[in-house]
Design a protein around this ligand. Sequence first.
Ligand code: AMP
Length: 378
Amino acid sequence: MSFLKLGLSKELANQVSKQNYKKPTPVQNEAIPNILLGIDLLAVAKTGSGKTAAFVLPLLQLLEKPKKKKTRFIRSLILSPTRELAEQLKGVIEQFTDNLAYKINTMAVYGGVSINPQMQKLSNVDILVATPGRLLDLLEQNAVHLSETEVLILDEADKMLNKAFEEEMGKILSFLPKKRQNLLFSATFSEKIEKISSTILSKPTVVRIKEEENNIDLITQKAYLVKAENKGPFLRKLINENDFKQILIFVSSTRTADNLVQKLNKNGISSHAIHSKKSQAARTEALRRFKQGNINVLVATDLLARGIDIDFLPCVINYELPRSPKDYVHRIGRTGRAENAGKAISLITKDDAHHFKIIQKKMKKQVETVKVEQKPKQ
Ligand code: AMP
């Protein structure tokens, strides 16, 4: 199937070939024609399977139909759980719109940076990518209006619909018109969230890409059972003995992230941390440098677990396990993307063993677990 056959215009299909996409991925095959029909959609497909283009491309086609522009009225809204993902989404959209014959203005708004420049720039925006908190601030100050928004997209929809965002989402929905197209995309979904999603979606088409259609599993998973006190030295041994071009290491707290970076640096492994206690400028800079390959080892909290796309990232290490099995799937999904293979390694202590079993059960996959007997040399 080609992008043209999915109903995309010649111009957009051309934009796609400039990105070197040879053919649509399964989720693109299913989602694009449905979105072009103007109906509501719930799409579930694994991380790295091309979900962004699956909603961005048809959205751009829907926005080709001109509408009399009203300065602060947004035609389409994409909600993202993190600032980093919001910025990434804007970048992907702009890759497709930079040379379009019709002009599409995209803007990303999120907290952690000054609101005034955002308020000033919010004029004639076609696609607004936003994190919920900052969007609400802007709405409350009348800097932006959603009453004429035609399309609402939730990226990482299960996260956007869970408890943490419930209040903000409720408020945002009250600003939107009743008649609109709703698109929900996620790599993971539970029955509970699916139920909640029915309050947003109207007669949706559900697209669920099964694992086997997602190509072969590109992520090789392995776990090491280590003593808690040996974790640090074992991690360094892993890094030193393997020649990974880049490694993303996940931890559960900002404190562990900072401590780990300090230890790694002290032991000659240059690394950086990214987490919610860093300034937005530091977060943006660390991710930018990691994406460009100028940082080899990045230690992150779950801030980077969702949606973040790093070209050819060969290895993800769980220095600590996430609490939620879903987050495990999202974390390891930062590697093994766009048909490139990747490795996901988890360091498990005796106390984690039971939780890791639950993760494997939920994931429906057994992970080879190797017991590390010897204390590695310090
Ligand atoms: P996503 O799941 O949207 O984050 O996309 C994961 C990666 O796949 C990104 O680097 C995209 O550029 C890439 N990608 C998306 N669609 C295609 C396609 N049809 N062919 C090849 N690569 C793609």
